[in-house]
Design a protein around this ligand. Structure first.
Ligand code: URA
Length: 243
């Protein structure tokens, strides 16, 4: 697998602790292995970081270019997904395909302004296999997620959100350094000292075949987003329409 050209191989690993709060309020400690592959030049701004990410060769097979995070530095909420999909790769923006559209709708129902939020992914390149005309999404491995962690960590340090939302298992693994069952840990979390929230990935909702179950899962997702909005404060709210 190729190494990104802007990042030397990992020189050392640090183990950090993160406590993941259970729904009923108890906490437990998870070990986190952070790959600290810091380049010589530490990016001091999001623009510098994004230049480094864009210049790097993909670590996952298939991808042509990086899909960068989107949104203002200083956003109250940062949403972290898994990796860009087919549409995101084509358009070069996160969450613009079917999962992104569902996320937009749910955010809007919960009163969260997407334009005032930060959206990014644990893995910055679309991983896929070609089947005929279609590019079929492949889940990133734990090693690939670990490889991209330095970037995600730096990105969140530069955005400085009040709340980091992990959308699904890959994001949780990237942020907490450990696989945890979403159903059990859904809700408030602590990602190595950063205030967080764990919920499902919108593509999980798209895959539910049965209509009522899908509706219930969607409503629960919107309820999570309302809780996220309340935790992050009023600055995330959509501007009231004047019409
Ligand atoms: N799924 C993700 O996790 N991220 C995107 O940007 C799009 C779909």
């Amino acid at each position: 697998m190729p190494e990104p050209n802007s990042m030397p191989p990992a020189r050392n690993s640090r183990i950090r602790n993160a406590s993941l709060r259970r729904p009923e309020g108890r906490t437990r400690t998870a070990k986190i292995a952070t790959t600290a592959s810091a380049p010589e030049e530490q990016p001091k701004t999001l623009a510098e970081l994004n230049r480094a990410i864009s210049a790097a060769r993909p670590f996952v097979p298939g991808a042509m270019h990086a899909v960068l995070g989107e949104g203002p530095a200083g956003a109250a909420i940062a949403f972290v997904g898994e990796q860009p999909g087919d549409q995101e790769d084509l358009q070069g923006r996160p969450f613009v395909g079917p999962a992104g559209q569902l996320l937009n709708r749910a955010m809007s129902e919960a009163g969260i302004d997407r334009n005032r939020s930060y959206l990014t992914n644990a893995v910055k390149h679309f991983k896929f296999v070609q089947r005929g005309k279609h590019r079929i999404h492949q889940k990133p491995t734990a090693g690939e997620i670990r490889h991209y962690r330095w970037w995600l960590d730096k990105e969140l340090a530069l955005v400085r959100p009040r709340l980091i939302v992990a959308l699904g298992a890959t994001a949780v693994l990237a942020l907490a350094g450990k696989s945890v069952p979403i159903a059990r840990f859904r809700g408030e979390a602590d990602f190595a000292g950063r205030r967080g929230y764990i919920t499902v990935h919108p593509s999980f909702l798209l895959r539910i075949p049965e209509r009522d179950a899908k509706r219930r899962a969607y409503d629960e997702f919107v309820a999570d987003l309302r809780a996220i909005r309340a935790l992050a404060g009023s600055s995330v709210a959509r501007q009231a329409s004047t019409r």
